[in-house]
Write a protein that binds this ligand. Structure first.
Ligand code: ATP
Ligand code: MG
Length: 433
């Protein structure tokens, strides 16, 4: 038996309906926020990720799915969504249009070669947004409010927002120098990865999961002492706007996030639910004011976030929140032997008229068909026998009251509309009338 690749999973039944519901809700939320949907390729030239996500990030240094295509091009399955959206923004010259800021959202699978565990997969789904062209701290606050509101809408209670600032380029540069100075004598005590990070991007040492709790780390210089006035002001404003939005947050000075491109605000939303696993970061993001330039576009500020759907599903489970709608059925059609073509055609017409219709494809005995209709919680059963076909008068059974009706074919849509609109309080009925 061929099995699914390590670190992947199948989505079906209840999980499928949960995903569909999440997808619907995020689309509505994004309409309300007035963001445009964008879809970019699932693979891109490898260089794109090297340049944007950065060489020193875990993602690029050890997690990418790289392949050589048949034309000998270096390609990478996208590990995250920002790089592709930025590429598209530049390639399609969106900076030239009159919509400013440009607010975009995406949703889809991402690929990272990681050690699979709970909350960590090799193919996983992200919902994310990117905004180009505004350096207002209002935008940073809006970006943080989107995941927070999404979780609120879903009824999730145990969430915690952590924020920090990395300052502008100047502040970041000064801070970097201070970190180099500080870590130099301690290099031997840092893990192997951190020694590489020291060379490539010392800031990322603060994000190390191995050395995190050590004294060396705890006593490291804090970004707050290296921020210039402008950077301080930006961060103060972000906090002011978060308060206006009634979003509680904690300032976490060693929060730097895993990607190389951030400036100013960075944030994470974590699940603060008892019994939740160690992969508790539900979403993360921040401002990247130089990424567009780095990838070859005009100087354009940007800010965005990405949230993982798997960890969100776990969080919903943990708080016993069920958003999966029940699968429902309006009509179950039963053909007597020989009447299949009529039944098929009737089902087809009813589906096109907007009803949810199932029929018997298995030539079941009538009693088994009734059981099947009950299993699907079908409200209506239509039986197609010889007489029905001859006279174009259908035998209809209300599967809840068990009453039978004879309805002319031409009146069927009207009849069903009325019948399905009726209040129904019988047990097992999943129709919301
Ligand atoms: P982590 O520190 O947990 O590895 P990250 O910093 O690599 O996360 P981002 O690149 O910021 O994560 O991605 C944003 C979100 O996507 C994460 O907060 C998480 O919810 C989700 N995510 C990241 N990697 C995975 C994965 N391998 N499997 C499932 N979800 C993931
Ligand atoms: Mg990671």
């Amino acid at each position: 038996m061929i099995q699914k690749p390590k670190g992947t999973y199948d989505i079906y039944d209840k999980k499928g309906r949960t995903f569909q519901e999440l997808e619907k809700l995020m689309a509505v939320l994004m309409e309300n926020y007035h963001y445009e949907y964008i879809r970019t390729p699932h693979f891109e030239a490898s260089d794109l990720f090297h340049r944007s996500v950065g060489e020193s990030s875990d993602i690029v240094s050890k997690e990418t799915y790289d392949f050589l295509d048949r034309g000998n091009r270096n390609m990478t399955l996208r590990p995250e969504g920002t790089a592709g959206v930025v590429r598209s923004y530049i390639e399609n010259k969106m900076y030239g249009d009159s919509i400013m800021p440009r607010k975009l959202w995406y949703y889809g699978p991402m690929y990272r070669y990681e050690r699979p565990q709970s909350g960590r997969f090799r193919e996983f789904y992200q919902f994310g947004v990117e905004v180009f062209g505004s350096d207002s701290p209002m935008m940073d606050a809006e970006i943080i409010s989107i995941p927070v509101n999404f979780y609120r809408l879903l009824g999730l209670k145990g969430i915690k927002v952590n924020i920090n600032t990395l300052g502008d380029q100047e502040s970041r540069r000064n801070y970097r120098e201070a970190l180099v100075e500080y870590f130099k004598p301690h290099l031997d005590h840092l893990c192997e990865d951190c020694q590489t990070r020291f060379e490539k991007n010392p800031l990322r040492i603060l994000d190390c999961k191995i050395d995190h709790a050590t004294d060396i780390m705890k006593n490291a210089p804090k970004i707050t002492d290296y921020l210039n006035e402008e950077s301080k002001k930006h961060f103060e404003d972000v906090k002011k706007y978060l308060t206006a939005l009634k979003i509680d947050y904690e300032v976490v000075p060693d929060l730097v996030r895993g990607l190389d491109y951030y400036t100013h605000t960075v944030f994470e939303v974590e699940a603060a639910i008892e019994g939740f696993g160690s992969q508790n970061v539900l979403c993360g993001g921040g401002r990247y004011n130089h990424l567009v330039e780095t990838i070859g576009g005009p100087e354009t500020p940007g800010v965005g976030f990405a949230m993982g759907l798997e960890r969100l599903l776990d969080a919903l489970d943990c708080e016993e929140i069920n958003i999966a709608g029940e699968s429902s059925l309006d009509v179950y059609v039963i053909p007597m032997t020989g009447m299949e073509d009529y039944a098929l055609s009737l089902s087809n017409d009813l589906r096109l008229s907007g009803f949810q219709v199932e029929m018997d494809y298995m030539n079941r005995k009538i009693q088994n068909n009734f059981k099947q209709a009950d299993r699907f919680h079908s409200k209506i059963i239509i039986i197609i026998g010889e007489n029905e076909v001859k006279e174009n008068i259908l035998t209809i059974k209300d599967n809840h009251t068990k009453q039978e009706y004879k309805v002319k074919l031409e009146d069927i849509v009207e009849f069903l509309d009325e019948k399905l609109a009726e209040e129904c309080d019988c047990e097992g009925c999943h129709h919301e009338n």
